[in-house]
Design a protein around this ligand. Structure first.
Ligand code: AMP
Length: 364
């Protein structure tokens, strides 16, 4: 396939830390990154980009100008409006495309899509009212988790349902101040042995590589630590990769797809979520992998040879959330630790400010 040569400009939708780390990887290979986002030059990504367009997602004049200034578009946030992506796609290749986003933006579609591929998920029911919730709880039992179908991340927009939960109240909590049009999903609670994720990279010609499964441990719904590799039986690890590759192919993803999965005590692999972009659980790859996920995204969307995905040394990645970042002087001084800071001003609670990776190999 024809590759976009170094010197080309990659357009990035979204201006957070995932865009920032992609911009740095792109620069290393001689590419420029032009970010489009309602946030400006001082965003995490904007600080390190060759060019910044700061405009609303629906500003067609700005979008058309952006499309004319870049050679390919990718994204670091899957909730970019699909209309915006469709508008750009008429002018410049956009990877991944609007069809992938339509599935990845909606938990109901995501799980239905996985099931349609013969892949397992938690049992689930759509919920559009308190009456639906009562029927779904009667069906699936408790414990269960009520989630909003859209815009949920880091455990936001989720309510745990126990036998004594007031269901009217749970539905009202999910709806918040604007109940009109809220769609929910009730998921049966999965008793898992561990949570894992696999990141897959795919080019437009179908060439594909996947990373080894890693284990993710969450705190208060937010990713806390990733261990690479996950400690899994070889057959379970192979199954996790197969599941992620299957979804990537079936969705026709060009770029990256990160698939989060539950592994049950008997070794079954259930799809939980997918994100068509770099993923927090892939940050370890910057320091302990043959090719980082960010470089891999650049390679995939530019049609370059995909890089090898082997782990160079077992490692742990720990997120620095909110005030955790204040430990930066000690982390910088810690032998073996590699610190990454995202250039965000204020360490508000729940905000991802940076991460640190450490080798797991015991010296001697
Ligand atoms: P999510 O936003 O769907 O990734 O959920 C955040 C975290 O909540 C997951 O990483 C799990 O630790 C937990 N969780 C979500 N859904 C379920 C489920 N159906 N069963 C058990 N735990 C879950």
């Amino acid at each position: 396939m024809t590759a976009l040569p170094p010197g080309s400009t990659i357009g990035m939708l979204g201006a957070g830390q995932l865009g920032r780390m992609t911009a740095l990887a792109a620069a290393r290979l001689g590419y420029r990154l032009h970010v489009f986002s309602p946030e400006g030059r001082d965003s995490s990504c904007g600080q390190v980009c060759a060019a910044v367009t700061s405009a609303d997602w629906h500003d067609q004049t700005a979008l058309a100008r952006f499309a004319a200034a870049v050679d390919v578009v990718t994204l670091e946030w899957e909730n970019v409006p699909t209309d915006t992506v469709a508008f750009l796609a008429e002018r410049v290749p956009v990877h991944p495309g609007a069809g992938v986003l339509a599935v990845a933006q909606d938990r109901l579609r995501e799980k239905s899509f996985a099931n349609a591929q013969g892949l397992r998920t938690a049992p689930f029911r759509p919920v559009r009212s308190a009456a639906d919730l009562r029927a779904a709880v009667a069906d699936l039992g408790t414990p269960a988790i009520l989630k909003s179908t859209r815009l949920g991340y880091d455990g936001k927009g989720q309510v745990r349902i126990q036998p004594d939960t007031d269901l009217e109240r749970a539905w009202a909590d999910l709806c918040g101040s604007s109940p009109a049009g809220v769609e929910g999903i009730l998921e049966g609670f999965v008793t898992f042995a561990c949570e894992v994720s696999v990141i897959v990279a795919r080019r437009a010609d179908g060439a594909m590589v996947s990373y080894p499964p890693v284990e993710n441990r969450h705190k208060a719904g937010i990713l806390d630590v990733t261990l690479a590799p996950a400690t899994l039986d070889a057959a379970v690890a192979a199954e996790a990769r197969r599941v992620a590759e299957r979804l990537t192919q079936a969705l026709d993803v060009v770029g990256l797809l990160a698939v989060e999965m539950f592994v049950t005590p008997d070794g079954a692999v259930l799809v939980n979520e997918m994100a068509p972009r770099p993923h927090n659980s892939g940050h370890w790859s910057l320091d302990f992998c043959e090719t980082s996920q960010f470089e891999q995204l650049v390679r995939a969307v530019c049609g370059l040879p995909l890089g090898p995905t082997g782990i160079t040394e077992p490692c742990a990645m720990t997120n620095l959330i909110g005030s955790d970042v204040e430990a930066w002087p000690a982390l910088m001084a810690e032998p073996g630790a590699r610190l990454h800071l995202y250039g965000k001003g204020e360490g508000r609670p729940g905000r991802k400010m940076g991460h640190v990776t450490r080798p797991l190999t015991i010296p001697g």
